[in-house]
Design a protein around this ligand. Structure first.
Ligand code: MD6
Ligand code: FE
Length: 208
């Protein structure tokens, strides 16, 4: 097993089942206001197997024009909904970062969906960590080094688990190899939700 980069933190079962269920109800309202869409790879035009939507001032999006943040939903043209309070609380508790997140990206995985190895590198600052929460079916997560070809380590993420990528781990390659269908009863239709919270712009106090 390869060493996971420094700055990676894993908090298994950080959210209890009631908190998970409450959050899912909140996320359903979010998706009703900001419908799920399927991004496409900028170069190949291939659609992602994961569907996405966002909350916050900055929503992550990808199409032929590239990977980027948008102030408005690409289909409805409306601003993204506000980040749910429970997720702001989570960030304030675990991030160790003085400013609030600007992007709350929701990834929805059907049982066959996966996410290729990538880095979260479309932000203006990497000083803030990325905080991620898993809900629903378990999944096999793989994390490597800051170089794409470096060694990787796999770990199984379960509903309620939280991960923090900070410091050197902030720019580590990572992805979801597969979702373990039927492993959770949180979502009646099955599947997995991943929520990632990110800072996108540099806050005024971060002099860089
Ligand atoms: C996922 N997660 O768990 C995909 N990115 O479905 C991510 O891409 C991710 O978990 C940055 C930091 C933490 C993550
Ligand atoms: Fe990521």
């Amino acid at each position: 097993m390869a060493a996971i980069p420094e700055g990676f933190r894993y908090l298994p079962g950080h959210l209890d089942p009631q908190a998970q269920a409450d959050l899912v109800a909140e996320l359903r309202r979010l998706v009703a206001a900001a419908p799920l869409y399927r991004p496409t790879m900028p170069k190949s035009g291939r659609p992602f197997s994961v569907r996405m939507t966002n909350a916050g001032s900055h929503g992550w999006f990808a199409d032929h024009a590239g990977y980027r943040y948008l102030a408005r939903h690409p289909k409805t043209g409306r601003p993204w909904p506000a980040i749910p309070g429970a997720l702001l609380d989570l960030w304030r508790t675990v991030s160790g970062y003085p400013a609030d997140p600007e992007c709350c990206l929701l990834n929805l995985y059907a049982p066959e969906a996966r996410m290729g190895l990538h880095r979260d590198a479309d932000e203006e600052t990497f000083a803030a960590p990325v905080v991620s929460l898993s809900l629903g079916d378990s999944a096999v997560f793989r994390i490597g080094a800051a170089e794409r070809r470096g060694p990787t380590t796999s770990l199984k993420l379960h509903s309620g688990d939280v991960m923090i990528l900070a410091g050197p781990a902030r720019l580590a390659y990572h992805g979801i190899d597969r979702v373990l269908g039927g492993s959770s009863r949180l979502l009646p239709d099955g599947g997995r939700i991943n929520v990632t919270l990110r800072r996108v712009t540099r806050p005024p106090e971060e002099d860089a």
